[in-house]
Design a protein around this ligand. Structure first.
Ligand SMILES: [Zn+2]
Length: 481
């Protein structure tokens, strides 16, 4: 913990953007924790929260957070900023152990696997069992407790969540918390060895009903007790029986359900912890839907009666540039974390809420980037410039300038997103000065970013991609104004 604090302290002297600081969190702080989290019992919630506090203080430069941490921790494609969620990280590193458990290597084999009542460990991990129902004892406060706790928590599905015919038929009979007898999960070894494993093994496809006891013992060649068989059948939840009855004539091919999918991922993938992390991190966190609602009302469209996919939309805007500084800015802008006079006045950091440039209206986001007279002029010039050169006809609208939403189909869309982003950023950078921003001024800034991106492209050997992206802009600024 001290080491993390120290290394973050060194970096906090540097003037980094939001995404720059998040990258430092990932590479410096989180990488130190990964070894510990994957090899030792899970630390207490208090500890993880304490670490998170240190990380967030660094991300927000020791001031209050501007974007909810539950939003920051979501993946980028869901409007988050990919800040590592320590609890989910811990969980996915622990679940990834199951692959090692199943491949049966290493000395821990004697410690834990011998207690698992089923030799077929893969079957065991597909069992759908709640942690409290596990039939073996696990050392308390050992890493094994965490592994099994997390696995059960994330793989267990209640009766309600298993409502697909194929999922039900392929459910394990043994050690299934949804099929208890006398309030306990059961495992009958001799039956299991006769390959009676899944609900479908109790079902007679010829009669479209469960086997009668006599047919059942005939088929599997076992000496069973009729009472056992009846109690097993009655342990199948009534809801499932109804679904089986309704769908047993449908001929649907089997598709693996949630738990099977997750286990297949763990078995087939070396870096399964990363994949598990991606699968679940959004469920544990929040989406910035409230931001979209605000933007929608600002640009006079309702968030509901448009087929615009906001998440994809802001994601595309984010990817239109390689500059970390611009990416940070556009993310903050989309999240409406913008120091307008209205906001600064509200928190007591400005003695007026009025716009510095026109001195007549309150400066909120819409005013700062669209409503102010100086802005209307700038947008007009920029759009005329683009329209003239590319022989197109974009209208200067509130939704185009503020949110990059165009009415017509445009071939150069990433390019416009980029130009508009640079305009917004330049306006923001100059918000405290009386400097008049001109089209030429914007072109100079665009050239600066082109140079930055060209250097990145050369370093990554992606010069052709760079050229393709900027081709339209080269045309733009090589022509006379
Ligand atoms: Zn103004």
């Amino acid at each position: 913990m001290e080491k993390i604090r120290l290394s973050l302290n060194i970096w906090s002297q540097r003037n980094l953007s939001l995404f720059g600081r998040l990258e430092i969190v990932r590479t410096l702080a989180i990488s130190r924790l990964i070894y510990l989290l994957s090899n030792l019992p899970s630390p207490s919630n208090d500890f993880l929260e304490e670490v998170e506090k240190v990380l967030l203080n660094f991300v927000w430069k020791q001031s209050t957070s501007k974007i909810r941490k539950s939003v920051l921790k979501s993946k980028k494609d869901m409007g988050g900023a990919d800040m590592t969620d320590l609890k989910v990280k811990d969980m996915s590193l622990k679940i990834a152990w199951i692959n090692r458990l199943m491949s049966l290597k290493g000395c821990w084999k004697e410690v834990i696997v011998k207690d698992i009542p089923i030799d077929d460990h893969e079957y065991f991990f597909r069992c759908n069992i709640a942690y409290k129902d596990l039939p073996m004892e696990i050392n308390n406060n050992s890493i094994w407790t965490d592994i099994f706790k997390y696995w059960c928590k994330h793989s267990f599905r209640t009766i309600e969540y298993t409502d697909n015919f194929q999922d039900i038929m392929n459910s394990n009979i043994w050690l299934n918390s949804n099929m208890k007898i006398g309030n306990k999960v059961v495992f009958w070894k001799t039956w299991f060895e006769k390959k009676i494993k899944h609900i479908k093994d109790l079902f007679n496809n010829k009669t479209n009903s469960f086997y009668s006891f006599n047919d059942f013992i005939d088929k599997y060649d076992i000496k069973g007790n009729i009472l056992n068989y009846i109690s097993l059948l009655s342990s199948i939840p009534a809801k499932w029986k109804t679904i089986i009855k309704q769908h047993c004539n449908d001929n649907v091919p089997y598709e693996p359900g949630y738990r099977d999918n997750m286990l297949d991922t763990i078995i087939n993938c070396n870096k399964s912890s990363g994949i598990i992390y991606k699968l679940v991190v959004n469920d544990h966190n929040d989406q910035p839907y409230d931001r979209f609602v605000k933007w929608s009302s600002d640009i006079d469209m309702t968030v509901f009666d448009t087929d615009l996919d906001w998440y994809q939309h802001i994601n595309e805007w984010y990817w239109c540039t390689k500059s970390v500084e611009l990416r940070s800015f556009i993310y903050k802008y989309n999240m409406r974390f913008i120091a307008t006079r209205k906001y600064l006045h509200k928190i007591g950091k400005s003695n007026t809420a009025l716009c510095l440039k026109c001195n007549s209206e309150v400066e909120d986001i819409v005013h700062m980037f669209w409503g102010c007279n100086t802005m209307k002029k700038l947008w007009n010039n920029i759009v005329i410039w683009i329209n003239n050169i590319l022989k197109i006809n974009i209208a200067v609208t509130r939704e185009a300038t503020l949110m990059n939403i165009f009415e017509i189909d445009i071939t150069y869309e990433p390019l416009f997103s980029f130009v508009f982003l640079v305009v917004i950023k330049t306006v923001y950078n100059n918000k405290e000065s009386n400097h008049q921003i001109t089209t030429q001024g914007i072109i100079n800034v665009l050239k600066k970013y082109e140079l930055i991106e060209r250097k990145i492209a050369i370093k990554n050997k992606k010069v052709q991609n760079h050229f393709n992206k900027w081709l339209g802009l080269f045309t733009l600024w090589n022509q006379n104004m």
